[in-house]
Design a protein around this ligand. Structure first.
Ligand code: ADP
Ligand code: VHF
Length: 371
C-alpha cells in the first residue's frame, strides 16, 4: 500500500497550528526550516508539492503581544492578517535557502465551490507548480471565519488535493497518526497503520483538538481523508516531530496512518463530473471533433459549429453532433459568448479574437467524460 505514496508525483502537505507554533508562542522557525528542506529535496526529485499551512493567528498574536487567544472573531481575524505576513515571510526565507520561490495563496471554501473560481485557482496553482514555485496556502481569514471557528485547515488541504489532482495528502500534526482513541485521554490507545479512508469506523475513534491553539482535532483529519479519497487522493497522517516525516512518507515508509483511496484522481474527477454536473448548454461539434472526443482527446475551438445556451467559464456543457447525439460532457474553459467568437477558429487565433488566452482547449480531456 505504501508504494502508492512512493509513486505520487503531486503531493499536498498540510501542517497544523499545533506544529507551526511554538506552543502557541509565535512560529517554530526551526520546524519551518526543516519542512522546507524536505520539500526542496522532493522538488529536486521532480515531485510537485503544495503546502497548506496554518499558524497565522498564533504568529499574529505574538506580533501583537497577546498572550491569550481572544474570543472576538474580529480580533482573531486581525491577528490572522498580521500573522499571515510573518508566516509567508518565514516560508519565503526558509525556501530561498534552497533556491526555491514561494507564492502566497489565500482561499475560501466558496472559492472552490464556484466553478469559475475553481478553474482559476486550479490554473494558477498548477502553473506555479510547473514553474517550480512552492504555493503556501491558508484560509482567507479576513473574509470567512469558518476555519477560525472550526480550526479546519485539514478540509482546506483536502480541497487543494482535489483542486490540483494530487495523489497524496500528507497531514502533519502533533501525534504519530490516528489512534484507536485520543491518546491524550486513553493511554491504551494504539496507532492505526492503514485502512480505507471511507471506512466509517475511524470517525468514532477520532476526538477533538489537543492544544489551546488548535481547533480541529482528529475528526477533521478523518473527514479530510474521506474528502481527499473522493477525488482519488490517499491521506497520510503523521507526526511532524518525527525525523524527516515528509521524506519518509514520500519514500513509502510505513510511519503514521495511511488512509487510502480506492480510485485514481482522474477516475474520481470524471465520476464527479458524471454525477454532479447540471448541463448549462450545448456545443454542437463537427464529425472530426466527435471522432477526436471519442478517442479521448480534448475539444478544440475549431471543431465547434454552434453554441447553445448562456454559460460561464467552468460550466458543464454537452458536446453534441449535428444530429443531437451527446458525444461527451465536460467543464468548458470559456463563456458562451467567447465560445461563439472562437468557434470554427484554430487555437492560434484565440488570443487575437478574445484579447487573451486562457487554456488552449475549449474543454480539456481531464475535465471531460466521453459517452
Ligand atoms: N483518535 C485520535 N488519534 C490521535 N489524536 C487524536 C485522536 N482523537 C483526538 N486526537 C487529538 O487530535 C489532536 C491533533 O489535532 P489538532 O490539535 O487540531 O492539531 P493540528 O493543529 O495539527 O490540526 C491530537 O493532539 C490529539 O489530542
Ligand atoms: N487559518 C487559521 C486557523 C486554521 C486552523 O486552526 O487550522 P488547524 O490548526 O490546522 O486545524 C490560521 O492560520 O491561524
Amino acid at each position: 500500500m505504501r508504494d502508492k505514496i512512493r509513486n505520487a508525483r503531486r503531493l499536498v502537505v498540510k501542517v497544523g497550528s499545533a506544529l507551526v507554533t511554538n506552543n502557541g508562542a509565535g512560529l517554530d522557525h526551526a520546524a519551518l526550516d526543516d519542512w522546507a528542506r524536505q520539500i526542496a529535496a522532493l522538488r529536486a526529485e521532480g515531485r510537485e508539492i503544495a503546502l497548506v499551512s496554518s499558524g497565522a493567528i498564533a504568529a499574529g498574536m505574538q506580533r501583537l503581544g497577546w498572550s491569550k487567544r481572544p474570543h472576538e472573531m474580529h480580533k482573531l481575524q486581525a491577528a490572522a492578517a498580521v500573522g499571515q505576513m510573518g508566516l509567508v515571510e518565514a516560508y519565503e526565507k526558509a525556501f530561498s535557502r534552497h533556491g526555491l520561490h514561494t507564492a502566497q495563496i489565500l482561499l475560501t471554501h466558496e472559492d472552490l465551490s464556484d466553478r469559475t473560481r475553481y478553474l482559476n485557482a486550479r490554473s494558477t496553482l498548477t502553473t506555479l507548480l510547473e514553474l517550480g514555485v512552492i504555493p503556501i496556502i491558508n484560509e482567507n481569514d479576513t473574509v470567512v471565519t469558518d476555519e477560525i471557528k472550526f480550526g479546519d485547515n485539514d478540509t482546506l488541504g483536502a480541497l487543494v488535493a482535489n483542486l490540483i489532482e494530487a495523489e497524496t495528502l500528507i497531514i502533519l500534526t502533533d501525534q504519530q497518526g490516528l489512534y484507536t482513541a485520543d491518546p491524550r485521554k486513553d493511554p491504551t490507545a494504539t496507532l492505526i497503520s492503514e485502512g480505507r479512508a471511507e471506512d466509517r469506523q475511524y470517525e468514532t475513534m477520532a476526538g477533538g483538538a489537543g492544544t489551546g491553539i488548535s481547533r480541529g482535532g482528529m475528526i477533521t483529519k478523518i473527514r479530510a481523508a474521506q474528502r481527499a479519497a473522493r477525488s482519488g487522493a490517499h491521506t497520510c497522517i503523521a507526526s511532524g516531530r518525527e525525523t524527516d516525516p515528509i521524506l519518509q512518507l514520500a519514500a513509502g515508509s510505513a510511519i503514521g496512518t495511511l488512509l487510502y483511496a480506492t480510485s485514481t484522481p482522474l477516475q474520481a474527477r470524471k465520476q464527479w463530473i458524471a454525477d454532479h454536473l447540471q448541463l448549462a448548454g450545448d456545443l454542437v461539434i463537427d464529425d472530426g471533433a466527435a471522432a477526436a472526443l471519442k478517442s479521448g482527446k480534448s475539444l478544440l475551438s475549431v471543431g465547434v459549429i454552434e453554441v447553445r445556451g448562456n454559460f460561464k467559464r467552468g460550466s458543464a456543457v454537452a458536446c453534441r453532433t449535428t444530429s443531437g447525439e451527446e458525444v461527451a460532457r465536460g467543464l468548458v474553459n470559456y463563456s458562451a459568448s467567447e465560445c461563439r467568437r472562437i468557434s470554427r477558429k484554430p487555437t492560434a487565433e484565440i488570443e487575437a479574437l478574445l484579447g487573451y488566452i486562457d487554456e488552449p482547449e475549449l474543454i480539456h480531456r481531464d475535465n471531460m467524460i466521453a459517452n
